[in-house]
Design a protein around this ligand. Sequence first.
Ligand SMILES: Nc1ncnc2c1ncn2[C@@H]1O[C@H](COP(=O)(O)OP(=O)(O)OP(=O)(O)O)[C@@H](O)[C@H]1O
Ligand SMILES: [Mg+2]
Length: 253
Amino acid sequence: MKILKIGGSVITDKSGCRKAKSENIGRIAKTVAGIWKKGARDLVLVHGAGSFGHALVIKHGLENGVKNTAQKLGYADTHAACCELSSMLVAALIANGAPAVSIPPAMVLSLKDKRIARFDTKIVNDYLQSGYLPVLFGDMVPDSELGGYPCSGDQIVAYLGKGADMLVLATDVDGVLDDKGNVIPLITKLNYPEISKHLKRTENDVTGGMKGKIDELLALDSPAYVMNASHPERIVALFSGKAALCTQISEKK
Ligand SMILES: Nc1ncnc2c1ncn2[C@@H]1O[C@H](COP(=O)(O)OP(=O)(O)OP(=O)(O)O)[C@@H](O)[C@H]1O
Ligand SMILES: [Mg+2]
């Protein structure tokens, strides 16, 4: 299995609320459908929720879970918005010739104190094996301790990515940047303590921003890459086994 995650910062405007970036959705869909049509039948697509998730979690006060009726309305509203965003991307993928099927995480997984405790991955594998392009996304999901909680696309990538051949996380920056703004080529457990000082938790990201992403990926032994989705040729290169500007995250070395 190969997993491509398109960051919510790419397909939405994270400074707003429920603001899609339609042009980017169209461009990304064309790129991903192109990779699928070239024969990548082991591809799973995950996308972030961007301003259809983070902004609504904050608006409805769901950062500590879902307890009362108002928060349940907020859960429902946030989940509906995440599905709405996914439908936009899926429609664009279908228009570009990829049989994309959206699998809402709220229906197939649940958390225990913010971490995935149950995930019916068979549904994902069955769709893959039947020749579809499964699409998952950052979503509000049930949590046995907290009632409900946002599950990031990054955590879904990390869970599905155990034993995967390749994980590519495309976002709105060229990779993980050092304090001078240069792309750090490789992050391992050895250099991470120093690098993590430059990873800021962003205000509009309730699931940890870049630091949350790297924390998830560093626990895996599959090759993982953080790169810029504004450069489709880099995504295509990585999926063709070629080099591209990015940060590689590796448990080894
Ligand atoms: N050292 C760093 N290097 C690169 N990006 C950083 C760094 N520190 C903080 N960031 C921020 O991390 C952001 C990417 O993480 P973020 O989780 O916000 O995006 P995403 O994964 O695309 O969105 P989503 O979580 O909605 O899927 C970048 O836009 C950047 O502003
Ligand atoms: Mg994020």
